[in-house]
Design a protein around this ligand. Sequence first.
Ligand code: GDP
Ligand code: MG
Ligand code: ZN
Length: 319
Amino acid sequence: MDRRQGIVVRFHSNIVTVEDTLTQKRFLCALRGRFKAQNIRPIIGDIVEYTGFDDADFERTDDRNARLKGRIENIFPRRNVLDRPNIANIDQVLLVTTLKCPEVSSFIVDRFLVLAERNGLEVCLLINKIDLLDDESRELLHSMVDYYSKDYTVVLVSAKTGEGIREVASVLSGKISTLAGMSGVGKSTVLNQIDPSLGLKEGEISKQLEVGRHTTSYSELLPVANKGLVADTPGFSNLSLTHIPSDELRFCFPEFVRAGCHCYYEDCLHIEEPDCRVHEQVAEGEILPSRYENYLQMYREQADYERARPNLKYQKEKR
Ligand SMILES: Nc1nc2c(ncn2[C@@H]2O[C@H](COP(=O)(O)OP(=O)(O)O)[C@@H](O)[C@H]2O)c(=O)[nH]1
Ligand SMILES: [Mg+2]
Ligand SMILES: [Zn+2]
């Protein structure tokens, strides 16, 4: 039996679903005993070597797309690992946000961007529900797009009217992506617009909190667009920055890094130092005031956290 390469797209009740890299066929795989003995567990996004048996009679069809069975032989080293959701080898994160219904604060967006920068992840900022914006908020929208598109791909979308959906599909094509964003911003609706057969639950927030209701408690990589895989996650609520030293937060703002090489002090934190180029650019309108204020808030929070823990040692980044 020859070994082939695939990617773990689902892991549920001890059965691993592997999607073949070449054929996109899905195989329900068991783990070899030695993985269990060594306590190695695959996670979604893992690239694996597997042997597949083309046995169409295999009826363990918990995953409706997979009818073939196989066995995982080898798990390749991970390029990166995301914590929440637990996914490996991510190419990019699609951060979905909205200006209305809900009005997502710039602090939440910037905090997420800091985390992505820290983890070396590509980000596509997807601003959804633009159908809800009046002229005044459209102005805000366009200034936001102008600013953020200097460092990130920005796509304007309305999952309701279909505007921008094709662009999202091309961003997802051929890559492993995960969605992120507050509950209710339209993550599932956007994916359903790209491919209605995904049949993801769209819904009001209250319904998602109902006890006993089926929500995505485990992650899965869904086939989307042209050979893309995407995880529709339940969103992020408490993305903490506590693992980033306060004096390294500034490196997670690309525009501060650019300006920072012209500060008087080489190790300028851009807070109260004289001759700070970041300060100057905020005053000149070159750096968005909200970005700077959000930086200050993150810095203060982290500095407080450090002060309360004099023996705190940061783990070395695993990159
Ligand atoms: N007006 C408008 N409503 C939207 C749009 N996208 C999603 N919604 C609605 O927003 C609500 C939350 O969407 P959902 O996809 O469940 O959000 P999720 O929690 O991020 O997955 C649903 O009622 C959707 O119908 C949009 O582009 N425009
Ligand atoms: Mg959803
Ligand atoms: Zn400075």
